[in-house]
Design a protein around this ligand. Sequence first.
Ligand code: MF3
Ligand code: CO
Length: 264
Amino acid sequence: MHLKPTADNTIVLKSPREIAIMREAGQVVADTIRILEAEAEVGMTTRDLDEIAAHKFKEVGAESTALGYFGYPGHICVSVNDEVVHGIPGPRKLKRGDLVKVDVAARYRGYVGDSTHCFAIGGLDTLSERARELVQVTQEALFHGIAQARPGNRLSDIGAAIEAHVKVHRMNVVRDFVGHGVGRNMHEAPQVQHHGPAGRGPVLRPGMVIAIEPQVNLGSAQVRMLEDGWTAVTVDGSLSCHFEHTVAITADGPDILTLRGDRD
Ligand code: MF3
Ligand code: CO
């Protein structure tokens, strides 16, 4: 979500019963992403991906939380190559070697799951070595951030871990967007920065549920918005990658509600 002045700082804690329902919502999102990755191929449009997601939501009785959000016109966001976030599905045809980010958020049984996956059309082998590194480093950075999502840590420990990993690989974390609390609403307090010093912000407690979603650019961290009012692209045209998971903080540590497989 866009970094913005906070209206309500209250972090709503979720009970174990609510977290169980949120895992169901998270798994609807995870299943949708699995289908999108499996079906995406050369010649399809980003709107085709939107329709696949819309169909899946309908089938299981979920609803997109992107559609109608401040007038957003898609069921999901599909951002390609230098597009960072909030790409609007449309007539753009996917090509071999395109780096595609699908951001899927849906409400199911009253709770929201939010996750973003990045993949290449034709497989990661179609990418340059540096682009493959970008994908790997971004996903690793997300998991380094998730590892910090445990009781007793401070909120900013998450972003500090993400940024540290990205910097080692001489890539840049986008600062214009933040992760967020998630629950009955897609965007709740707190905002989760993906950069900055550790040891700041609220102490993490069991029952907090947050979406962590670093965007990483091969070039400059700067982004600009296209004339459509939604699509953010890198200012220098460099490639951008984005991964996101919805994570519950439990006494035992982070519990990833949108996990697809054992490791991602
Ligand atoms: N899932 C996105 C996020 O958390 C939001 C998509 S809604 C949109 O930032 F309207 F902004 F596309
Ligand atoms: Co999100």
